[in-house]
Design a protein around this ligand. Structure first.
Ligand code: IVH
Length: 663
């Protein structure tokens, strides 16, 4: 491809990708599948890799993130980012409206009411139709330049539609949807990582990450509510702002109301309260704004907030109850998590008798004691949390909660992690840890051995019939007959499910092993890249990081796991039991290699037949000898004469890593 051809193809691809993004996120009318989108994106990435001068900052390839930053640079806001005054009562809201009436000297004032999205405030500047930069609020004057992180949000246009406004600065809120947040936390839990307390914390933490590649995997989303600089466009009101957002393809509030009296405001905030729980994101209030910009200017601002707007915050649903005990849960990674047991209390539509206490540091910070009357709060759909202690109700008999020094189950001395937050039982044979590991191994997301519920697993471990996951494959009718309350039919079903699991895809096995930081997605990527568990086990840290999605934290964790003596023995037992360790080539996986002819040489991580199957599954042809018709030579280690011939003929030579990356 000549440079001119590449330039015109890149421009066409870029326009096409922007268009599909807009169709997907703004119009909600996608024309092509995600897979086809990825194919176009891949093609553009290839061109940009070959002709780096064609890469522009607004290229659709730039969403996935560039290199990690050392730190954030600061951006001074052209217009200060203020906060809002808060009110918690209808009386205060009525008083706000009265102040506005007085300030403007008339009774009827058009106001708009929007949901107050519970996320992180952001400002974004577009210049000549291209996203220039975005920043957090910081101290209101200057904030962090988080442009690369924001670019990962697919709903956010990197380039604006030509027929709309081109230069302006918009303000909005970055958030995670309730569903996105729940999925993220589940993945983190499955990978043995700490979970986030709520979507806002998780959004704030994500925006602070220096590596946009990690950010790209987090479910960030954005909504806009205001303008800092209209770039010379004549706008008269907040209603005009909505029109500008629409014209620019930027998402605005899903629900808005108009009201021109105090009574109207009250009915709007009540309606919003009734509807907000069905919004896909968390809201903690309503924002009320005087609509007309002339009126806004007349009312002016105080030192920290405008006089023309106010936030009405809904009371989070809280209840008081007695904390009767703090139990310790032992997790799959040995993490000891305190759980508050409560006298049952009714809150937000359900009876609650447990609450999360994330760690011991939190217990100490809030000075929570057994016997305390505590305030619990249910934020959105999240499990209730202990907010505070009613110290005035103490009568002296409350018991402080000691930080455990030993595992409550196996009594091994505990270990603290570097940040001193998580306390772990380090004993891999701790019966609780073993139970959690087996539960994870048999779960639907992993090996999917149906029927083996918690109580059966507990019996298997307590009776020492099973000491680790490989023990499942040594079970037979006689052994299972020793279990209580387990009939012949169940035994038959368990044995069938266990036997069937031997054929599961090997990524399920890798995920099921519960390697720290390796979730289901990571396990799939590992198998796609390495082809088999033995190749993963043999890979160096360096080679592991060549695998997509495996970064500098995950790679050493995988490497350590496969070099642990006990784990090596465990793998041997699983192999002897007949579990599937290599990825089978999938039939017609894609058309990515259509029209290409391949020759394979040298030693690769899998045998040549398996690799040839993989090439064919993706539409490529495989030939035994190098000729003018060969598109690629896939060269492993110790490649010989074929490599020489390919070099002479100018055939493109690929390493196994490059080949896997291509797929
Ligand atoms: S208007 C002058 N509208 O709430 C400030 N803010 O407490 C104008 N927020 O910093 C802000 N949803 O981060 C506005 N519909 C909405 C909002 C909203 C959420 C956040 C925003 C702001 C904070 C103020």
């Amino acid at each position: 491809m000549t440079h001119a051809e590449a330039a015109s193809r890149a421009a066409a691809l870029s326009a096409e990708l922007h268009r599909h993004n807009h169709l997907y996120y703004v119009e909600a009318k996608p024309l092509i599948s995600d897979k086809d989108f990825d194919l176009l994106l891949r093609e553009l990435q290839d061109i940009e890799a070959q002709f780096p001068d064609l890469l522009t900052p607004d290229s659709p390839t730039q969403r996935v993130g560039g290199a990690p930053l050392e730190g954030f640079t600061q951006i001074t806001h052209t217009v200060r980012m203020m906060s809002l005054d808060n009110t918690y009562s209808e009386e205060e809201l009525t008083a706000f409206f009265a102040r506005v009436q007085k300030g403007l000297g008339r009774d009827t004032i058009d106001c708009v009411i929007e949901p107050k999205v519970d996320g992180v405030a952001i400002t974004i500047r577009y210049e000549n139709g291209v996203l220039k930069h975005g920043a957090t609020r910081g101290d209101g004057q200057t904030g962090d330049d988080v442009t690369n992180n924001l670019k990962t949000i697919r709903r956010l246009p990197l380039r604006l539609p030509k027929d709309g406004p081109q230069t302006f600065e918009v303000r909005g809120e970055v958030f995670m949807t309730k569903a996105g947040f729940a999925r993220l936390n589940q993945e983190r839990e499955e990978a043995g990582e700490a979970t986030f307390a709520n979507p806002r914390n998780s959004t704030a933490g994500t925006l602070k990450l220096l590596d946009p590649k990690i950010v790209a995997k987090r479910p960030l989303d954005i909504v806009f509510y205001g303008l800092a600089d209209a770039g010379g466009i004549d706008l008269q009101s907040q209603t005009d702002v909505y029109a500008l957002l629409d014209a620019a393809g930027l998402r605005k509030a899903d629900l808005t109301w108009h009201a021109d009296s105090a009574a109207g405001l009250l009915s709007a905030i009540r309606e919003l309260d009734a509807k907000r729980r069905s919004l896909p994101y968390e809201t903690d209030g309503a924002v009320i704004k005087v609509n007309s910009f002339t009126d806004q200017r007349e009312l002016g601002v105080t030192s920290k907030a405008p006089r023309w707007a106010i936030a009405y915050k809904y009371q989070p649903e809280q209840a008081e109850t007695k904390l009767t005990a703090i139990d310790i849960q032992v997790g799959r990674t040995g993490a000891l998590t305190p759980v508050a047991r409560l006298e049952p209390v009714f809150i937000s539509g359900s009876t609650v008798s447990n609450a999360t206490l994330h760690n011991y540091e939190e217990i100490q910070r809030k000075d929570i004691r057994v016997g305390d009357i505590v305030v619990i709060e249910k934020a959105g759909e999240i499990i209730p949390a202990v907010v505070s202690v009613k110290k005035e109700h103490r009568h002296g008999g409350e018991q402080p909660v000691p930080v455990p020094t030993h595992c409550p189950v196996c009594h091994t001395p505990v270990r603290q992690d570097e940040e001193q937050v998580v306390i772990r039982c380090p004993n891999p044979h701790c019966p609780e840890v073993v139970k959690r590991r087996i539960e994870h191994f048999v779960s639907r997301a992993a090996m999917d051995i149906s029927g083996l519920g918690e109580s059966v697993v507990a019996q298997l471990v307590d009776t020492k019939l099973v000491g680790d996951v490989s023990g499942l494959y040594a079970l037979d009718e006689l052994l299972l007959a020793r279990l209580e309350r387990v009939g012949a039919r169940s035994i038959d079903n368990y044995l069938k499910a266990i036997a069937a699991s031997k054929q599961q895809d090997p990524w399920r096995l890798v995920f099921g092993l519960g390697i720290l930081h390796v979730g289901a997605g990571g396990a799939r990527k590992l198998l796609e890249h390495f082809g088999g568990i033995d190749a993963i086990a043999a890979a160096s840290i360096e080679e592991l990081t060549q695998c997509p999605d495996i970064g500098p934290i995950v790679a050493p964790s995988i490497h350590d796991w496969f070099h642990d003596e006990e784990n090596i023995k465990l793998l041997d037992r699983l192999r002897s039991a007949g579990l599937n360790f290599t990825q089978k080539a999938v039939e017609a996986a894609s058309a990515r290699l259509n029209g290409t002819t391949w020759v394979i040489t040298g030693t690769l991580s899998q045998d040549r037949d398996t690799i040839a199957d993989l090439i064919r599954a993706h539409g490529g042809k495989v030939s035994g000898s190098v000729s003018g018709k060969t598109t690629y030579l896939l060269a492993g280690t110790d490649a010989g004469s074929k490599l020489d011939k390919a070099t002479k003929l100018g055939v493109q030579i690929l390493t196994e890593a490059a080949f896997r990356a291509m797929l």
